[in-house]
Ligand binder design. Structure first.
Ligand code: NAP
Length: 278
């Protein structure tokens, strides 16, 4: 049966890739973004009566509510919510201001929270729904220069795993996606944010901007292929709770998890030594 998708940040990269894949699969799509022109242009080649465009800045809770209401008015339901909108703030933690980090959370974490809050009552009433939350490899493993970005993605994962357990009885399933490097506009100079201050001690290895900028345009992941995979995931009776996307991400997460298990085993005695006797 044809599904109704609601996708945030659908005007470029992974969001546009998912929207296109869903439309090509015969589903209907509510493609949202801060700039309607940008979203329309991105999906120009697949425009049809199966797609509708709604303005949504995810950092604005009232807009999230209104966008979900408009989507339900248009297509009657929401089967798959994809929380994709996001940007990256990169810099050594000490070089980032509290305000910069708060702004990063406003989009990458609170944005997801606002849209989930708006869509969950619709899905609960339907007694069905899928939520796909786009995290990151940086939501699974800590990386230099990614403290703020990773913090938002780890928070998103904690939110997703916990809410998943609460809403499963209503037929709602949540999948976290952890992409490696995908060729999108994420590291484009217009989107990425760099910390503004520089602390000399950290400058020895070169500026964060110099280190990360070369990745822009050279990432191996293909957003169109990720879109096709997510269409498959949305059709699964038992979708994964976490999906790693890209062999670069697999190559990092697998050894990290093995190392964590080893560490747990190596310190088992210390861990259980904290038990009290009552
Ligand atoms: N590409 C990667 O390597 C990679 C890796 C791991 C995770 N991810 C995640 O994948 C998701 C999509 O990013 P992408 O790689 O596809 O980059 P992208 O091409 O820059 O797409 C991000 C989209 O989010 C939108 N957006 C940003 N802030 C928004 C807001 N407040 N409200 C609504 N839309 C907003 C942007 O639109 P505007 O024009 O309005 O800014 C843009 O269309 C992000 O959550 C990112 O963290 C990407």
């Amino acid at each position: 049966m044809s599904k109704v998708w609601f996708i945030t940040g659908a005007g470029s990269g992974i969001g546009a890739g998912i929207a296109r894949a869903a439309l090509l699969a015969g589903d209907r799509v509510v493609a949202t973004g801060r700039s309607l022109d940008k979203v329309r242009n991105a999906l120009n080649d697949v425009a049809s009566e199966n797609v509708t465009f709604i303005r949504l800045d995810v950092a604005d809770e009232a807009q999230a509510k209104a966008a979900v209401e408009e989507a339900v008015k248009k297509f009657g339901r929401i089967d798959v919510l994809v929380n994709n909108a996001g940007y990256s703030l990169l810099g050594n933690f000490e070089e980032l201001t509290t305000e910069e980090i708060e702004r990063q959370f406003a989009t990458n974490f609170y944005g997801v929270m606002f849209v989930m809050r708006a869509a969950l009552p619709v899905m609960r009433e339907q007694r069905s729904g899928r939520i796909i939350n786009i995290s990151s490899l940086a939501g699974a493993v800590g990386f230099k220069h990614c403290a703020a970005y990773a913090a938002t993605k780890f928070a998103l994962e904690g939110l997703s795993l916990s809410v998943a357990a609460e809403v499963e009885p209503f037929g709602i399933k949540i999948t976290i996606v952890e992409p490696g490097f995908f060729r999108t506009d994420l590291l484009d100079a217009r989107n990425v944010r760099w910390g503004n201050s520089v602390i000399e001690d950290y400058a020895a290895e070169g500026s964060v901007e110099e280190i990360w900028s070369p990745y822009d345009g050279t990432q191996s992941g293909d957003p169109a292929k990720l879109g096709e995979v997510l269409v498959k995931i949305a059709g699964m009776e038992n979708p994964p709770k976490r999906l790693i996307a890209g062999s670069d991400a697999l190559a990092v997460v697998q050894p990290d998890l093995e190392a964590r298990l080893q560490e747990i085993r190596a310190h088992e005695e210390l861990s259980s030594s904290t038990d009290g006797s009552f």
